[in-house]
Ligand binder design. Structure first.
Ligand SMILES: Nc1ncnc2c1ncn2[C@@H]1O[C@H](COP(=O)(O)OP(=O)(O)OP(=O)(O)O)[C@@H](O)[C@H]1O
Ligand SMILES: [Mg+2]
Length: 229
């Protein structure tokens, strides 16, 4: 039996048909401010607290302090330091020459290999994967991403990749085909003045999940999903 990770979003796990299968690469996508980072962190946090997982959170766009500011406001900070490593790649990204071909990806892989050996982590978040930047210089973008994902699979971890989506709904990106699952976060205007957060499982290979939209809220120290109205 494959182990399944819970999302720890109340009301949503039931709709995920038992959870996210171990070893999957999951895309968490959404426009700015849809709580992508918080949802991903929340999965790591709770699986560490309740399931004895070890997590690594790679923050490529936000400094560690900035991410922790958000995390603290949600009250999700009391976790054993050895069990959750936040790798702040912002500095490294500044140092590497972005015009040369993908050197930062090699830096990232080196770090992850080292952490795997020393911490033996099972959950990984990459926030966020600059797919456009990664593949713009590569002729066969899909193959390039494919090999990176294969590398992640060989690492024997379950990965959450955060991706920012444009507001153009007609665009489809290669990572959407290559990942095993997609969790979409949106903001919907529900009347003249109110905008609600929504969550939807677009795909999850090997899982009989609900494909509908749910309203997403953070209250009483936890994420909750309820029937969207
Ligand atoms: N305590 C809180 N309870 C509920 N919502 C909060 C709380 N603190 C912050 N937020 C919301 O969380 C949002 C930011 O969440 P987060 O950083 O996870 O989003 P994101 O999708 O990763 O954003 P970005 O596109 O900038 O990466 C804020 O805009 C705010 O609306
Ligand atoms: Mg974010």
């Amino acid at each position: 039996m494959v182990h399944r990770y819970k999302s720890y979003i109340r009301g949503f796990d039931e709709e995920l048909g038992g959870g996210i299968p171990e070893g999957h690469i999951i895309l968490i996508s959404g426009t700015p401010g849809t709580m992508k980072s918080s949802v991903a962190y929340n999965i790591l946090y709770n699986n560490i607290k309740h399931e004895d997982s070890v997590g690594v959170y790679v923050s490529l766009e936000q400094s560690r302090e900035n991410l922790l500011f958000q995390i603290n406001s949600l009250g999700l900070q009391d976790v054993e330091e050895l069990k959750l490593t936040i790798l702040d790649m912002a500095k490294i990204r500044k140092e590497v020459d972005m015009t040369r071909e993908k050197p930062w990806l090699d830096v990232l892989k080196r770090h992850l290999n080292y952490l795997k050996e020393t911490l033996s982590f099972d959950l990984l978040v990459i926030d966020s994967l600059p797919v456009v930047e990664m593949i713009s210089k590569v002729e066969d973008a899909r193959a390039y991403l494919f090999y990176f994902f294969e590398w992640l699979r060989d690492l024997k971890v379950t990965t959450f990749i955060i991706s920012e989506i444009s507001t153009d709904p007609t665009k489809v990106y290669p990572e959407e085909f290559l990942t095993d699952g997609i969790i979409l976060l949106t903001m919907e205007r529900v009347n003249e003045v109110d905008v609600h957060r929504r969550i939807r499982c677009v795909k999850m290979r090997g899982v009989n999940h609900n494909t509908g939209y749910f309203t997403l809220e953070f209250k009483d120290d936890a994420f909750q999903a309820s029937q969207a109205i």
